[in-house]
Design a protein around this ligand. Structure first.
Ligand code: GLN
Length: 298
């Protein structure tokens, strides 16, 4: 089988399972098997695949046909300009989470000194922030040791490993000290959703997606406990479900600690992000207000 035959065959196979981007996926899978860049396929259309390459191609096309996400087959994805390895031990970072990073960066005037990323998974958010803020120190947690090992590997690959401390922790359970900024994309999907979820979602770790009956279990814990881990003036940034904005406002109000809650929409117009800001408490020494993280106005 030559490269061009492989492309034709794989595209046909993927189209059968009604994939919108069958050709592109075929190119990516074949390039992965041949360990080449996608455009290189067109430089050697009559190159013949070895027996092993052909076997691997059949296997990957079959797995994709069953609904396994493309990123798990390719074992990598791109997030905010970083190449990340992904395996079924971690959630595949979504474009919305890139928007969360964008939201954090846009709203933060001075790079914070200490940043905490809760439930880091592949390390996506922590790595993107570490690259954007070369002076910041980060702590990234996950409950899964396997996820942490992968996140550490991704941090190394992206040259930021020395500034991110990876900690196995059930949200704040192993965390001490205070941070200028806390960020999290926690599991926020309702448990009931999984009975009818698209097949692809079932390949991802349930622990990274399932937020309990209302999808609020993790968000509740994070919002309730964050004030004890934030410095004055610090912010908690969250990715949330499109119908959870009001619940997040209420959870925030219950803490009595946050002075401001901002809910933001994603590019598809759905409420998707929250920023909860702590008060800048008067400093006892001189009575002046001190903020460690300052917000841009507006
Ligand atoms: N947005 C993701 C999805 O719909 C959910 C991510 C999460 O729970 N943190 O699959």
């Amino acid at each position: 089988m030559t490269v061009s035959e492989a492309l034709r065959w794989a595209t046909g196979q993927l189209a059968q399972s009604s994939r919108e981007s069958a050709r592109l996926e075929a190119e990516l899978i074949i390039a992965h098997v041949l360990q080449k860049a996608r455009h290189e396929l067109y430089l050697q259309p009559s190159h013949t695949l070895s027996h092993d390459e052909q076997t691997q191609l059949y296997e990957l096309i079959e797995r994709r046909g069953h609904g396994e996400p493309l990123q798990y087959l390719l074992e990598y994805t791109e997030f905010y300009g970083c190449l990340l390895r992904v395996t079924p031990a971690v959630l595949i970072p979504r474009p919305e989470t890139e928007e969360l990073v964008e939201f954090v960066l846009q709203s933060t005037l001075h790079p914070p000194k200490d940043v905490l990323d809760l439930g880091t998974g592949s390390g996506a958010i922590a790595i993107a922030l570490a690259r954007a803020w070369p002076e910041s120190s980060l702590v990234a947690t996950d409950i899964s040791q396997e996820a942490l090992a992968l996140a550490r590997e991704n941090a190394l690959r992206n040259g930021v490993a020395e500034r991110i401390r990876f900690v196995q922790s059930d949200w704040f359970s192993q965390i001490s000290g205070r941070f200028d900024l806390i960020v999290s994309n926690p599991p926020y999907v309702r448990t009931g959703y999984f009975a009818h979820a698209p097949r692809e979602l079932l390949y991802e770790p349930r622990v990274a997606l399932d937020g309990g009956p209302q999808g609020l279990d993790a968000l509740r814990r994070i919002i309730q406990e964050s004030p004890r881990y934030l410095r004055s003036g610090g912010s908690l940034y969250l990715e949330i479900g499109s119908d959870q904005g009001q619940a997040v406002r209420e959870l925030s109000a219950q803490t009595g600690a946050f002075v401001n809650v901002e809910i933001r929409k994603d590019l598809s117009g759905q409420e998707r992000f929250a920023r909860l800001r702590l008060d800048c408490t008067p400093s006892p020494a001189n009575g002046r207000r001190r903020c460690t993280v300052q917000a841009k106005p507006g």
